[in-house]
Design a protein around this ligand. Structure first.
Ligand code: AVJ
Length: 329
């Protein structure tokens, strides 16, 4: 079994203790918590527990994006993949790779051996996934890469073309537009002739439907949200008490995005080694995630800025979610 390739600072993220806090993480957290609207990056949701909680979210009745995207993939990949002649699937932010199986199966159905390059920040999830996929698809070359796609993205070496760069789940929505454009531009830079981008985007729709997806009745999303504080405690030696924070998620109509916050129910201070004391007023919030919702025009705008254009726009019949094929402009 080959270990995932380790690249960049995230190699150290899963280090056991805060004796060696990741300096980039520390700087980012310090900046975020000193802003007028305190803010933490949603990438800190995904330690092992956070990834498990997200998996649980994807199975909730209120959380439509995952199952909707899967249904579009199932209906479309058996024809799209042979049309594109895809030989390598590069998956950004691979997670558990459940949906990738639909694309991989379509690749294998064309008879080509196929290569799968999942890229994720979580080495443990990647390793598990790689082991399982090698078992399920004996002919498949599985070459995981541990990296933070938000920070660095180079074309992985030794790809067989055409490659399909898949960025699924609507995760592009977690980036502020300038960062989303930078990410898409980096993918575009990596693309060569006949390569394609396959992007999943959550669509603008009835506000109550969107808000319900981020305020599930079982409280899994609330636990997922609070888990970020445990990640900070573990990684930085902070002393957040998750129990004093309430989960809040609401749709911002003007910016077309869900915002998730953790609201402090009392005035208190949190100690973070290397940062100091962070004061929280009663009712003050930390924004932990934005999840931007799109339509075809807003995706076209991001693509234009990144040097891409839409080749195919494919929503599900209810227009809850869309898969978009992007091509170098
Ligand atoms: C994994 C980024 C697509 O934004 O909907 C789920 C994360 N946050 N519930 C999203 C998430 C709260 C999810 N993405």
């Amino acid at each position: 079994m080959t270990e995932p390739r380790i690249s960049g600072k995230w190699a150290r993220l899963s280090a056991p203790a805060y004796r060696q806090p990741n300096p980039r993480m520390l700087a980012e957290v310090a900046a975020g918590l000193s802003a007028p609207q305190k803010e933490l990056s949603p990438k800190y949701f995904y330690d092992h527990r956070g990834s498990e909680l997200f998996e649980e979210i994807t199975r909730l009745p209120e959380y439509y994006p995952t199952r909707t995207e899967r249904s579009i993939l199932a209906a479309w990949m058996p024809t799209l993949v042979p049309e594109l002649g895809t030989r390598t699937l590069v998956e950004l932010g691979a997670g558990s790779a459940e949906k990738s199986r639909i694309i991989i199966s379509a690749m294998q159905a064309t008879g080509a051996a196929g290569r799968y390059v999942p890229i994720d920040v979580s080495a443990s999830f990647l390793t598990q996934t790689a082991v399982q996929l090698r078992r399920e698809y004996p002919g498949l070359a599985v070459e995981p890469v541990v990296a933070d796609i938000a920070e660095e993205f180079e074309r992985p070496r030794g790809l067989t073309h055409p490659a399909l760069y898949a960025f699924l789940g609507g995760t592009i929505g977690n980036f502020y537009p300038p960062a989303a454009i930078r990410l898409l531009s980096r993918v575009r830079q990596a693309m060569v002739e006949n390569d394609r981008l396959l992007l999943g985007v959550d669509l603008r729709k009835d506000v109550s439907r969107i808000e319900a997806a981020y305020n599930d009745a079982q409280g899994v999303t609330a636990e997922f949200n609070r888990n970020m504080l445990l990640v900070l405690n573990h990684e930085l030696g902070a002393n957040f008490d998750p129990a004093v924070f309430e989960h809040r998620a609401f749709y911002e109509k003007v910016t077309h995005r869900i915002e998730m916050h953790l609201v402090s129910t009392l005035e208190h201070e949190v100690r973070i080694p290397g940062i100091g004391l962070v004061h929280l007023a009663e009712g003050e919030s930390i924004r932990t995630e934005i999840s931007c919702k799109h339509d075809q025009a807003s995706v076209a705008e991001l693509f234009l800025a990144a040097g891409l254009c839409i080749e195919t726009w494919r929503p599900d019949p209810e227009a809850l979610f869309a898969l978009v094929v992007g091509v170098v402009a």
